[in-house]
Design a protein around this ligand. Structure first.
Ligand code: ADP
Ligand code: ZN
Ligand code: ZN
Length: 750
């Protein structure tokens, strides 16, 4: 008897099923299996291992049937899933649940419901050559004969010959030839018509790309990258903003596609704009496949299956989840803006870091990985410096474009001199006015959305707080609501303080919405737009705001992080950072690195064409070292100083971290469980365990939270540490007194 260990899309271990006589299976195949107490529920599972060992306990159920003709997950993907599950401490089922698009893995109670849930790709008519038309020797004669008697049929046949792909097929929808002529050719036996699943554009056009010519500096960087790839699987490209990293990527991608291999270009979520896709499509045409979170479930499933059936030669441009696509002929992964925090998954598990996964994939798949950034993460920088990665450098902007001039504007001094108007120093207001008068565009960056972070009673100090989470509510004036940014809870704004009944509720601090209102008041003639999570309610809204600004139909764009990434707006001459202080003073070991990256990226939006750009940073701490490094554009000084601190205090890249978070409704149970776990871990890890502590927001959605941190120094075995951690967690989860305490492990937290 044959048995199969099956992965189910659940946070559970593998389950063993019997393979019915006559069912042909191989590893990686998707199958339908009965599951649950009654066995009435049917799930999609993946055959992980086949063997002949009967499980010793319980009744063994039998696999119902197979789905899809070929394995849905190949050997390399299997190895990748196993690595993810081991490294990020989750089950293979959790990897499957996240990695496969929902429509690919139907489920249901009962076979009928399961079948109804199954994905039916669109079908389309395909034509292939047959008879005399198929034979290279006889075809010229046939064409000549047709040319005399039926010129339209000859034309049609010629078109089919020209467009038939490597698989011998051409989709009828791709042909412009006369329908009646095609039908006649089918009738006479020179063409065969078949109905087949239609996924993507079918056969790809020949690999002939119109690439932008590279500048000497870009050519040199490209040569350095190739030199690096000769002996290493990963290379770091550090290139200042506007240096044309994208152009270098295009050249490398073209080489890979010409070899019939695939390329994967990873970008941060919000950088994946219509602007970038259009730029790539101009070069790579229908080979470009976009993959992001705004796709419909159907499109997601179609993309997966298109690649599953694909022949190679595709370029996938996607966000972090694209690493789970079936790229069987992957030659190159490019991770653009590799320092970006959005490569880290926060929810649901696996809590993977897509950049780190891309480096791992280069090993597992035998492909190459290029990391690109103007401000690399210190992890990657150190790996390049130590020679583990190859490295290449681009220090100048492309063409006439110059690095922007950066001015620091001291807010405290401005207040003292009476040169501060609400949230703007006189310098910034003057420059905005000048820029607008000259016909230039302005971008203003404020790291907070909403109108004001919170409101406060001037009389008694009362502030409205979320009933489910331990945070203050944020005022959104447009909607006249107060919103919890943790759980989404909203309330109307009270007209008077419910505590002391005095009416003075004052907005404190400020967000993008407030900036927009004030700018509109100070510059009533300017056309102002705002880009943040509240103004972007849909893909269309996002595109409209971006395109309007790109075309010069709005003058000032105000935004959060969203405006910092990847945009290439030619008309921006002035960039203002309204308040750098909250970035500088985050209580997080990465805050200096992050502030440097963010400020440099924001500054990089200015002066991307002939007109030189100016950046104004408003801060109460003009002497803060981060401000100095940004102004002098001195990445190396920042890296040197911050790395020295990290080394001294044992933080990444000199240590690896695992953040543990415990959650429970009862604060007493939570505290006891956290203390017990901390104690158990200290027995094995000693001083490498920190906590338990309460996080800054220690209650979310009605549950209390406690944190523990495990620090493993770079020299020690991280694999062994994870094993011990896993065993300790298992032991704790079996103790009845801690029942219901949820524990989350975040390996390499951001
Ligand atoms: P980065 O990604 O490094 O910030 P981009 O690739 O966006 O830089 O390039 C900045 C600008 O310079 C873009 O408008 C781009 O089209 C242009 N550019 C860069 N390199 C070239 C090139 N070799 N030929 C033509 N235009 C280029
Ligand atoms: Zn809340
Ligand atoms: Zn009050």
């Amino acid at each position: 008897m044959l048995y199969a260990d099956i992965v189910l899309p659940l946070a559970q271990p593998l389950y063993t099923f019997a393979v019915a006589e006559g069912l042909t299976l191989c590893e990686g195949m998707a199958v339908a299996v009965p599951f649950g107490r009654t066995g009435n529920n049917i799930y999609t599972g993946i055959v992980w291992r086949l063997h002949d060992r009967k499980p010793d306990s319980g009744r063994v159920r039998t696999i119902s049937r197979t789905l899809y003709e070929t394995p849905l997950v190949d050997r390399k993907q299997q190895a990748f899933w196993e690595w993810i599950s081991d490294y990020y401490m989750c089950t293979l089922g959790e990897v499957m649940r996240f990695a496969l698009p929902s429509l690919i893995k139907p489920s249901g109670s009962g076979e009928a419901e399961f079948a109804a849930d199954e994905f039916c790709p669109r079908r389309e008519l395909f034509l292939s050559l047959d008879g005399e038309a198929k034979s290279g020797a006889e075809r010229p004669l046939l064409l000549e004969r047709l040319g005399r008697r039926a010129p339209r049929q000859r034309e049609a046949l010629e078109q089919v010959v020209a467009l038939t792909g490597a698989d011998g097929m051409v989709a009828r929808s791709c042909l412009t030839a006369d329908r009646a002529a095609l039908a006649a050719l089918v009738r006479k036996g020179w063409l065969i018509q078949t109905e087949r699943v239609a996924l993507g554009p079918g056969a790809l056009p020949a690999a002939c790309f119109h690439l932008p010519e590279l500048s000497p500096a870009q050519l040199e960087a490209k040569a350095k990258i190739e030199e690096g790839f000769a002996s290493r699987s990963t290379v770091l490209l550090r290139g200042v903003t506007g240096s044309g990293k994208t152009e270098i990527y295009m050249h490398l991608i073209a080489d890979v596609l010409s070899r019939g291999e695939q390329a994967l270009l990873l970008v941060p979520e919000i950088a994946l704009t219509a602007q970038l896709i259009a730029r790539l499509e101009r070069v790579f045409g229908p080979r470009v496949i976009a993959y992001h979170s705004r796709l419909t479930d159907r499109k997601r499933a179609e993309t997966y299956l298109r690649l599953h059936n694909g022949t190679g030669g595709e370029l996938v441009v996607g966000v972090r989840s694209a690493i789970f696509l079936p790229l069987r002929k992957l030659g190159l992964i490019v991770v653009d803006e590799e320092h970006d925090a959005s490569y880290k998954q926060t929810e649901p598990p696996p809590y993977y870091q897509a950049r780190d996964c891309a480096v791992m994939m280069a090993h597992l798949f035998g492909c190459r990985t290029l990391l690109g950034s103007a401000t690399p993460s210190l992890e990657s920088y150190l790996n390049a410096r130590s020679g583990k990665y190859g490295s290449a450098l681009l220090t100048e902007r492309y063409g006439e474009s110059q690095q922007p001039q950066i001015l620091v504007s001291d807010t405290i001094r401005a207040v003292k001199r009476g040169e501060r108007h609400t949230h703007f120093n006189k310098l910034l207001l003057d420059r905005i006015e000048e820029t607008l008068a000259g016909g230039g565009q302005v971008m203003l960056f404020q790291n907070r959305r909403g109108f004001a972070p919170y409101i406060e009673c001037r009389e008694c100090g009362w502030t409205p707080r979320c009933p489910n989470c331990n945070v203050t509510l944020t005022l959104h004036k447009g909607a006249n609501r107060m919103v919890c940014h943790y759980c989404g809870h909203t309330e109307s704004v009270p007209t008077q303080c419910p505590h002391c009944r005095v009416t003075a509720l004052t907005p404190m601090g400020f967000g993008t919405e407030k900036v927009e209102e004030e700018i509109a008041r100070i510059f009533p003639q300017a056309r102002v737009a705002r880009l943040d999570r509240d103004s972007v309610t849909s893909e269309r809204a996002f595109r409209q705001i971006v395109e309007t600004f790109a075309q010069g139909a709005s003058d000032i764009l105000i935004g959060t992080q969203m405006i910092t990434k990847g945009f290439d707006f030619g008309g921006v001459e002035l960039v203002g950072v309204l308040n750098a202080d909250n970035m500088l003073n985050n209580p997080d070991f990465r805050s200096s690195e992050r502030a440097y990256q963010l400020l440099t990226q924001v500054a990089g939006r200015a002066g991307r064409r002939e007109m030189p750009g100016v950046v104004i940073i408003q801060t109460a701490e003009p002497d803060h070292p981060v401000i100095g490094w940004v102004v002098s554009d001195n990445y190396e000084a920042m890296a040197g100083e911050v790395l020295a601190q990290r080394k001294q205090y044992f933080y990444p890249p000199y240590a690896r971290l695992v953040a543990l978070r415990l959650r429970h409704r009862d604060p007493g149970v939570l505290r006891r469980a956290a203390t017990a776990l901390g104690g158990a871990l200290r027995e094995r890890f000693g001083r490498r365990v920190l906590g338990p502590t309460a996080p800054p927001v220690d209650r979310v959605r009605g549950e209390y939270l406690a944190d523990l941190l495990l620090k493993v120094e770079a020299g020690a075995s991280f694999e062994r540490a994870r094993r011990i951690l896993r065993e300790t967690l298992e032991r704790l989860s079996r103790m009845p007194e801690y029942k219901g305490v949820k524990i989350f492990c975040d390996v390499d937290p951001q």
